[in-house]
Design a protein around this ligand. Structure first.
Ligand code: RP5
Length: 189
């Protein structure tokens, strides 16, 4: 079976893509191959089954799975495979419904529904869960897993940490120079 990449990125709906693209962007920055798909646990259960059963053959070392609402995708994938699964709870956009009924764009429970659905897996079948809409963090965590046996990724992660450190210092210097009142006006108004 043809290899698809080191990381499998999946999401429950096209509406999740606006959150999940952040994971792809981070992996691209690190030059790590990924394969992205829409797989719905509820609307395409047989597709989920096939994907999970072939995930090892595809060459995935980590799977990042995002879903909103009753978010069963990450847990069901984890139930089928020994590949680590990172779940991204999504604050549902639900655009398809909005167009029809003009109702709220977000889930009734503000993403908590999805967070709990993903994180509260039964003992024996864990899904590592990042914060609501934190797809970028899922990618960084995936990179940390891959870095265990890849020194290039490990070194890039170290540089990433250093860059974050430098950027905070730079902002702090600017804050000191301008004073807090001017700084906030310049940055956020
Ligand atoms: C979930 O239902 C998806 O992951 C998505 O977050 C949510 C809403 O899906 P759509 O109605 O936008 O397709 O399965």
């Amino acid at each position: 079976m043809a290899k698809k990449g080191s990381v499998g990125i999946i999401m429950g709906s096209s509406s999740d893509s606006r959150i999940m693209h952040s994971a792809a962007e981070i992996l691209d920055q690190f030059n790590v191959s990924h394969e992205d798909q829409i797989i719905s646990a509820h609307r395409t259960p047989s597709r989920l089954d096939t994907y999970a059963k072939h995930a090892e053959d595809y060459g995935f070392k980590v799977i990042i799975a995002g879903a909103g609402g009753a978010a069963h995708l990450p847990g069901m994938i984890a139930s089928h495979t020994v590949i680590p699964v990172i779940g991204v709870p999504i604050l549902v956009y639900n655009d398809k419904q909005v167009k029809k009924s003009n109702t709220s764009k977000f889930s009734a429970f503000g993403g908590l529904d999805s967070l709990l659905s993903i994180s509260e897996m039964p003992t024996g079948s864990p899904v590592v869960t990042v914060g609501i809409n934190k797809a970028a963090n899922a990618a960084i965590y995936a990179l940390k897993i891959l870095a265990n046996d890849n020194s290039t990724i490990r070194n890039k992660l170290k540089k990433h940490k250093f860059d974050q450190h430098s950027s905070v210092l730079k902002e702090s210097d600017e804050l000191k120079k301008l004073g807090l009142a001017k700084f906030v006006k310049k940055k956020f108004k």
